[in-house]
Design a protein around this ligand. Sequence first.
Ligand SMILES: Nc1nc2c(ncn2[C@@H]2O[C@H](COP(=O)(O)OP(=O)(O)O)[C@@H](O)[C@H]2O)c(=O)[nH]1
Ligand SMILES: [Mg+2]
Length: 427
Amino acid sequence: MATPPGRGGIGVVRVSGPEAAAIGTAMLGASLQPRRAAYRAFRGAQGEAIDEGVAIFYAAPRSFTGEDVLELQGHGGPVVLEMLLERVLALGARRARPGEFTERAFLNDKIDLARAEAVADLIDSATRSSARAAARSLQGAFSKRVQALDQGVLQLRVFCEGAIDFADEDIDFLSESDVGARLAGLADELDALLREARHGALLKDGAKAVLVGEPNVGKSSLFNRLAGEDRAIVTPVPGTTRDALTADLDLDGLLVRLVDTAGLRDAADAIEAEGVARTKQAMATADIVLRVLDDRRCAHPATPADSEVLVCNKADLSGRPAGALAPRAVRVSAATGDGLEDLVATLKAAAGYNAGEGTFTARRRHVEGLRDAGAALRRAADRLGAEEGELLAEELRCAQGALGAIVGETTTEHLLGEIFATFCIGK
Ligand SMILES: Nc1nc2c(ncn2[C@@H]2O[C@H](COP(=O)(O)OP(=O)(O)O)[C@@H](O)[C@H]2O)c(=O)[nH]1
Ligand SMILES: [Mg+2]
C-alpha cells in the first residue's frame, strides 16, 4: 500500500516486478497501455468488483523502481484496500518491506544512494526549510557536487598513476606538475561541501537543547514561553519538575527539540533524585545546554562552553535590560517575554544555523564520508611533499572510495539494510 492506513479520498496499491503486467491484466480484464491512466473495475477471483478506480501501468525501465510497475488507485478505505491487496497477493505478489520500492530504484540505478535517502528525508521533514532542502537533495543537488569532486579526484589519480609508470625517466612528473595545486583546489571544494553538508544535516536532524539550572530559576517558565503553551507545571516550590518534558520548536526552519528538566541540585526526595539523574542523561545527549540562572545572581556571567548558552532569567526582578550579553549569553524575562527573540537568535547561532543557507539536506553518514575524503586528500598532499608517488595514488583511491560510498557506488548490504529499514511501508 502506497498510501497510509486509514480513511482517505483515494488509496493506492502499488506492485513492482516482472509479474506486475500479468496481475494488472487478471484484475482489470485487459492489458493496459503504458503510462496511460485507465478507469476500470478492480476485480476479484470470481470476477466481482472489489472497487473501481484509476489504473496506471509503467513499463520497465521507465518507472520509479526501474521495473514494471502497476498502480491501482481506488477508494481510501482500510477494508477495501486490504481486499485489493489480498487479491494482488493471491495473484503472486508479496508485501513490500519498508523502503523496498526506493531500494529497488537504487539497485536498478534509477537514483543514487544520497537521492534515495532524500526520499525518506523529504517524507520525514519537520519544517518547511528541511522539506525544501530535501527536495533539492532529491533532485540531485548534493549528489552532483559529490560526483563532480569524485571526477576531479579520479582525473588526478589517473594522472598520478600515469606519472608513476614513467618514474624511471629523467623528468620528475609529480614535482614538476601542478598536482599540488590541483590537490589544494579539490581540498578547498571538499571543505566547502563539508560545511554545507553539516548545515544540511542540521536542517534534517535539528538540534537538541536542554534547559538546566537550579530549581526555581525559571526553566519551566522559559520552556512554556518557547513552546508557546503551558506544558510544564510552574510553581514557586523548588523541585516541581521531575520528569523531562520535550517540545519541538520550529525556529525559522531549524527544528529544535527542547527539553525541560528537573534541574541540578541535591535532591530532596527519591523522585526528584531520579529527575536529576534524567537531567544529566539529557545533558549528555544534548547539542546545546541552556544554563539558566537567576539574573539577580548573575552579575558577571561566566564565559559559557562551546555548546552552552547562558540564560540570565528574571530580568524584570533584577531591573536590568533584557537582550544579548555576549555571543552565547542572553538576559531574558520569562515572565514578561522580554529578550526571548534574542534567546532564539542565540540558540540558532549556537546550533550553527543560518536561515538563509539551506541548499540541500545531508545525513551524518554523508558528513563523515566527506570528512574521510578530506583526510585522505590531506594525507595525499603529505605524500606529494615526501615524493611518495605510489602512496599518493593510494590516498587518492581512498578519497574516491569515501566519496563513492556517499552516492552508493560502493555499499554493504548492512548499510543498505540500515538505510531502507527506516523508510515507511510502501515507499
Ligand atoms: N518575576 C519573574 N518570575 C519568574 C520568571 N521566571 C519564572 N518565574 C517564577 O519563578 C518560579 C519558578 O519558576 P519555574 O519555571 O517553575 O522554575 P524551574 O524550577 O526552574 O522550572 C515561579 O513562581 C515562576 O512564576 C521571571 O522571568 N520573572
Ligand atoms: Mg521546572
